[in-house]
Design a protein around this ligand. Structure first.
Ligand code: GLN
Length: 527
């Protein structure tokens, strides 16, 4: 009998090795994670649904495929994807046929997805086991998960703090060992920032790397799907599984998927040796005003570690960084206001209707179905797109977007392999700390959203602690450099493999298993 509690503590690549050697089964792996998720989620609230029945059926299917491959011979076994039989959680905006898909909103309550998203199909095709759906800020608008209509998620490092957002449930579930892998989306930082705040790895790929077919849209020219994991090898394998061209999303690219993603070195020394002769830039503008000193210190230490391993690091400038926030908060709400027009009480989910007056029904449906942040964005976006203001705001923001992209082009044309800096200016903050001041919340993404505006890939990896809480190091590369970024991130893991902070586990893991723990919403209400 396998040690079930022990299985959840492993990386996916370690579980996969045990699965192939016959030491465990996909069913045992799924059961261990389902049991842990059920036992520890009341006080965390990372999940909106856990689907035991579906997950176990998928695990049994993965075991059957594995048995078939074993019987066929070593080639068939080797042809299975590295993540075959591994559990994954999906942010609750990814369509799974027949399952709920709320996008964290009341307006989609009761809606059931009529088809699988492209990435759902891809995950099934490689034999991944989908455990369930995770909590998120409503329509992915937010940086703390506090804008979920179903109550916030807590951070396993400190249950009084946010996990980041909008993909907070996906990040918290991985950090709490409820799943080794999860999927998020990143429009302005929603994968990288929660990865940083929860002390795990998260990547936003190049725009077009992963098909958005079957994903609830926020801002279509910025949204990208990406992986969370507890180490770089697992994140890279998950990205590999979902990447590639899909006819149903015209913005998905035919660019070949980097095979590097499933061949990252297992040895720390070998991984670290990659850094020799590489050239990194540190954007001076990313050390923003008001940044937490402990975060800045951890980033400086990480930069020194890269240099020690043989990389050259130079200070560089991305002069239009300052305009990122202002232009993002025109472009993203403008696209959101158009995308969210479809929630009219007729086609999807929530509807309040007395049947007498269509317009009145529409207003009541949207008024009661959307939360305050979503309404704020729809109003901002509608205003920015309205006649007379379109040129002054939307068109201007698009021009600034081009300037932001050019800043990056100049540096990558000059031969930098990647840019290195902070993911977030601060560590996980307390519930409520930024809720009353939207601009303060928006500033959480000052270092991530320029990357979306430029369509580039970026990854956040743990690089130490500030006041006991995780700090994320962000690496940004040119378009389609996911393979290189993963190598660089893996190299940094290699260089810091023996660092003390790597041994520190989320402080509140033990509390989560305790009986009678209130939910995060109950804890906040009782303050
Ligand atoms: N926090 C940013 C926003 O609210 C980014 C969110 C995201 O990446 N989905 O728009």
């Amino acid at each position: 009998m396998a040690d079930l509690q022990g299985l959840t503590q492993l990386f996916a690549h370690e579980m996969a090795a045990r699965l192939r050697s016959g030491e465990t089964t996909a069913r045992e792996i799924a059961e261990a994670h389902l049991a842990r998720a059920h036992a520890t989620d009341h006080g965390l609230h990372a999940w909106l649904t856990i689907d035991d029945e579906r997950a176990l059926a998928e695990a049994d299917a993965a075991d059957a495929t594995l048995a078939g491959a074993r019987a066929e011979g070593p080639d068939a076994l080797a042809a299975l994807h590295p993540l075959h039989g591994m559990p994954v959680a999906l942010k609750d905006l990814v369509s799974v046929k027949g399952g709920q898909c709320t996008a964290g909103s009341r307006i989609l309550e009761g809606y059931r997805a009529p088809y699988d998203a492209h990435i759902t199909e891809r995950l099934r095709a490689v034999g991944v086991v989908i455990l369930g759906k995770t909590n998120m800020d409503e329509f992915a608008m937010g940086s703390s998960c506090e804008h979920s209509a179903f109550g916030p998620t807590a951070n396993p490092w400190d249950l009084e703090r946010v996990p980041g957002g909008s993909s907070g449930g996906s990040a918290a579930s991985v950090a709490a060992f409820q799943t080794p892998l999860s999927i998020g989306t990143d429009t302005g930082g929603s994968i990288r920032q929660p990865a940083a705040l929860c002390g795990i790895v998260g990547m936003k790929p190049t725009y077009g790397r992963v098909s958005r077919y079957g994903i609830v849209a926020f801002a279509s020219s910025l949204d990208q799907i990406g992986p969370f994991a507890r180490d770089v090898r697992d994140a890279a394998a998950l990205l590999h599984a979902v990447s590639g061209r899909d006819e149903r999303d015209s913005t998905s690219a035919p660019e070949p998927v980097a095979e590097d993603l499933v061949n990252l070195p297992a040895s720390d020394d070998e991984a670290a040796s990659w850094l020799r002769g590489k050239r990194f830039g540190v954007p001076r503008e990313y050390f923003v005003e008001g940044m937490e000193p402990g975060v800045a210190a951890a980033i400086r230490t990480a930069v020194a570690d890269l240099e020690r391993a043989g990389a050259t690091v130079e200070e560089v400038s991305l002069p239009h960084t300052d305009y990122g926030l202002a232009s993002y908060y025109i472009v993203a709400p403008a696209e959101a206001s158009a995308n969210l027009a479809r929630y009219d009480g007729v086609r999807f989910g929530h509807a309040v209707t007395d049947g007498a007056d269509y317009l009145a029904d529409y207003l009541v449906t949207r008024g009661s179905g959307f939360g305050p942040e979503v309404k704020r964005r729809v109003m901002l976006g509608t205003y920015a797109l309205s006649a007379g203001y379109y040129d002054a705001f939307y068109l201007k923001a698009l021009k600034v977007r081009t300037l932001i992209k050019r800043d990056f082009d100049v540096l990558f044309d000059a031969g930098f392999d990647a840019l290195v800096g902070p993911t977030s200016p601060d560590v996980a903050f307390r519930f409520g700390a930024k809720l009353a001041d939207p601009v303060k919340m928006y500033l959480s993404d000052a270092c991530t959203l320029p990357v979306n505006m430029a369509g580039l890939p970026g990854i956040s990896i743990p690089c130490g602690l500030s006041e006991g809480l995780p700090v994320g190091l962000q690496l940004i590369g040119p378009a389609w450099s996911e393979g290189v970024l993963m190598r660089a991130a893996r190299a940094y893991e290699g260089v810091t493999a023996s660092a003390d902070w790597r041994r520190v586990r989320p402080h509140d893991l033990a509390k989560l298993a305790g009986a009678g723990l209130p939910t995060p919403a109950e804890r906040i209400a009782s303050r």
